[in-house]
Design a protein around this ligand. Structure first.
Ligand SMILES: C[S@@+](CC[C@H](N)C(=O)[O-])C[C@H]1O[C@@H](n2cnc3c(N)ncnc32)[C@H](O)[C@@H]1O
Length: 494
């Protein structure tokens, strides 16, 4: 591949190499011991081995079906294409407002022509789903419509009724019209973004403040942001939404590191009575940047354009030009982000090399973010009411179900990097899996034991559909850069 088009890659090559150097086994151990202590996951520990790098091991026994881990994301984003369907907290991804708001807002936005796309932009240049899945809704007893489940609405026949009048939808949104039995499904109130943007909403002041301090204060397009920065941010977001919304996640990571760097710097005692130099080559400043970067340094990563799977429709003789296209796309996005939030003291973060590695880290580690919809629960509840109550409730609620059609139950979808779950290695005969239970109504990753697990065993999950035959499994795992040699694969290889 040609040499990098980004001047910072050359100019700051030493600092970039220092940031991308693999952490020592000792610093890995210290970092994860602290993280496990802070998150109180005492049944687990992270161990580094020469065989597969980091892995998650047990300190206690787990029974079949038992919860092994609830992991809070380091960074996550809802897919832009999902934002019409689901109004969720931008920090913890709980549904917010009310059932009326969820239904009214979705139908109103659809009426404005904002479509509900099934395929998300995110997949434009990505693995089939770019990440392991945790959305096995059918298995947790969620309602899946089929003919025998006919609730007497046109939605069960994959039809959508005529649009409802706009003023009716506005009365739902504005809390002037209540649907029957929605009190059983109260949701947290909608809290506005402290910077005044229309994009982000929260379930609590705590989530609003946490998001502001960790990510959003640099990425907010609200009135409080200076005009030229706002314009640049809009350009960056527009580019991400029209190409690949993984760039939004990368921007969140960069914002997180800059904000953490500034916090470290302001809390650091003044050395010898004077502030450390602001020079970007200054060793002290760089040591703080390395500290801020630490959580990202722990994630397994390669450059995005080197590790992205070649799509089926790209011929292998076009592979080099495909990878070059991906690199150019990332560079366009990076230039737009740089216009918006560049910080001279954190300049290495704006090199293409670092940007490519951050996105590559998502490619190899991310888990799908999935949160089930309370709107689905609501309609199931009505359908399960005794005959008399049901008749009355359906008269009011069913026109909305008809208008929603078969998209009435769309869940919140996005992608997230989880610090502990991302240390789990793959097996085609795993002992655990990512699995959202009925009570898991936020963006945490949930890992459940598939069978009894004894002390000292490694926790493994499957990155792919493990029901596939041997050869197909190996093809899919090649996208993650390895050939599986788990006991099942060793048995099945011919
Ligand atoms: C999500 S990370 C898992 C944690 C990783 N071991 C680390 O050190 O950060 C995924 C990467 O781990 C490695 N890996 C996971 N499972 C493996 C396996 N069964 N055999 C070989 N390598 C594996 C591959 O390099 C893969 O791309």
């Amino acid at each position: 591949m040609d040499s990098s088009p980004c001047p910072l890659d050359k100019e700051l090559s030493d600092q970039i190499a220092a940031l991308l150097a693999p952490p020592s086994p000792q610093s890995i151990q210290e970092y994860y011991d602290k993280l496990i202590e802070a998150t109180k996951c005492h049944g687990l520990r992270i161990k580094y081995t020469n065989k597969h790098g980091k892995g998650v091991y047990t300190n206690s026994e787990f029974k079949e079906g038992e919860l092994i881990l609830k992991d809070q994301m380091l960074v996550a984003a809802q897919h832009s294409s999902n934002k019409v369907d689901c109004h969720v907290c931008s920090y913890c991804f709980r549904f917010i407002g009310s059932i009326e708001l969820q239904i009214g807002r979705k139908l109103y936005l659809q009426g404005l022509g904002l479509s509900t796309k099934k395929e998300c932009d995110y997949e434009t240049f990505s693995h089939s789903s770019n990440g392991m899945c945790q959305n096995e809704m059918e298995e947790v007893g969620h309602f899946v419509m089929n003919e025998s489940d006919d609730m007497g609405s046109s939605s069960s026949k994959n039809l959508k009724a005529d649009p409802l009048p706009e003023d009716l939808l506005l009365s739902l949104i504005n809390d002037e019209l209540s649907l029957p039995y929605t009190k059983q499904f109260t949701l947290p109130p909608v809290i506005a973004c402290p910077g005044g943007c229309e994009e982000e909403h929260y379930c609590s002041k705590l989530c609003a403040d946490s998001d502001w301090e960790s990510f959003h204060s640099l990425l907010c397009t609200g009135q409080n942001t200076e005009q030229s920065r706002r314009a640049s941010l809009f350009k960056f977001i527009e580019h991400a939404n029209s190409t690949n919304d993984i760039f939004i996640l990368a921007a969140k990571v960069i914002s997180y590191i800059i904000l953490k760097y500034r916090k470290l710097k302001s809390s650091h005692p003044i050395k010898n009575g004077k502030q450390p130099s602001l020079d970007k080559t200054d060793e002290f400043s760089f040591s703080l940047l390395r500290e801020a970067w630490k959580p990202i340094s722990m994630g397994f990563k390669k450059r995005w354009w080197d590790c992205i799977a070649l799509p089926n429709d790209v011929d292998s003789c076009d592979e080099a030009s495909f990878r070059m296209q991906i690199r150019d796309l990332a560079f366009t996005s990076l230039k737009l982000l740089k216009e918006a939030i560049f910080d001279d003291e954190c300049a290495p973060l704006f090199s293409l090399e670092i940007y490519g590695h951050i996105i590559g880290m998502f490619e190899l580690n991310n888990l799908d973010l999935v949160v089930a919809s309370p709107v689905e629960d609501y309609f199931i509840y009505i359908d399960d009411l005794p005959c008399k109550e049901k008749h009355h409730a359906k008269t009011v609620a069913w026109p909305f179900l008809d208008a929603l059609g078969d998209e009435y139950a769309v869940c919140c979808q996005g992608t997230a990097f989880f610090p502990l779950q991302s240390c789990m290695n793959h097996s085609c005969c795993p002992n655990a899996k990512a699995f959202k239970r009925d009570e898991d109504r936020d963006g945490y990753a949930v890992i459940i034991a598939l069978r009894p697990i004894s002390i000292g065993e490694e926790i493994t999950i499957s990155y792919i559909d493990e029901d596939l035959p041997y050869d197909e499994r190996q093809v899919q795992l090649a996208d993650y850069g390895f050939r599986c040699r788990c006991p099942r694969c060793l048995r099945e290889q011919s």
